[in-house]
Design a protein around this ligand. Sequence first.
Ligand SMILES: Nc1ncnc2c1ncn2[C@@H]1O[C@H](COP(=O)(O)OP(=O)(O)O)[C@@H](O)[C@H]1O
Ligand SMILES: [Mg+2]
Length: 358
Amino acid sequence: MPHADTADTCIDARHISKMYGRTSAVDDVTFRVQRGRVFGFLGPNGAGKSTTIKMLTTLVRPTSGDISILGIDAVKRPLRVRQRIGVVLQQPSYEPTLSVEKALDKYGMMWGVPGGTRRDRTESLLEEFDLAGVRSRRNEDLSIGQRRRVQVAREFMHDMDLLFLDEPTVGLDPNARRDLLDYLQNRVRATGLSIFYTTHILTEAEYLCDEIAIMNRGRLLEVDTPDALKAKLGDEKTIKIHLPYRPPNIRDLLSGMDGCRIEFGGDHRFGGGGGSRTGSRAAITIRSSESELVLLRVLGILRENRIEIEDLSAVPTSLEEIFLNMTEELKGQQGGPDAGAGGDGGGRRNSRRGGRRA
Ligand SMILES: Nc1ncnc2c1ncn2[C@@H]1O[C@H](COP(=O)(O)OP(=O)(O)O)[C@@H](O)[C@H]1O
Ligand SMILES: [Mg+2]
């Protein structure tokens, strides 16, 4: 990946990794974010989102790799980076006895914002974050959602070029959630602020972000615009083929297939411990954007090998499903309870992203 036009780049992360003991929290992740954009980091719990944010915001040192934030080397010059960014971490941080308005004001003071500006900003943030009604209430007496809103709002007390938000909508009700996303979008449009935003909710990333990186188990699976992700993945179909029994060599027979991802599974509906010789039937799940072609080839292979088919279906893969599948498959590969060698529990990719890319 070329790294020439650095003036437009606010985050340039190259091959960053973080090991905690033997846990690989982030594993060789490379991406760039352009200024004035909202970049979404989407992934389930444990994906490595928070670890990535902590490395980008200089709170955690990467085990290896390079990070440039707003053109500054974040590993070598963490303090210079911190002066230019805002960070809302996942864990709550508040002073229990401080009132909402004092909390905002104090935060502004910490950042050296002059008194008049602090008062103006406090007033508008109380309105914009729907906190005016609880302005005198102590932090410890707020609901979780209100506290979270204070935590996000106070970050806007100071000027910054780049804001990091780690799952800021957790604990917010749907209205507050939507309000926050709209507020962020408006700030980006009005001020050219850049945002790095993590979430485990696909629809949220789709709504807010210019670009989405999908992450799981420390690895980046995809980075693209929501539209491109849909275009790339949206015409994908999921083909399910059930066989009445499990041919021992089925994986080998289908192992050379390009342009698709194949999972092998099965159930015990026909065996159920009742002593049937074959025990379980087998399920083959194939995801491909060239589903007709792939289906013809699979059917050809099954016929050549005289493998009987019980039933077959093909449906469009939804973006939600794609996300779940991407992350679930990797769980299967990387040592979930069903991931034993040769077992049929874990999904397996034929090839990473199976040639869906040109
Ligand atoms: N301080 C730490 N010490 C040990 N392991 C950690 C630490 N922080 C995170 N991890 C591990 O790293 C992985 C990624 O965690 P995290 O970055 O918090 O993921 P996410 O924010 O996507 O849920 C997890 O397996 C987690 O248990
Ligand atoms: Mg996290």
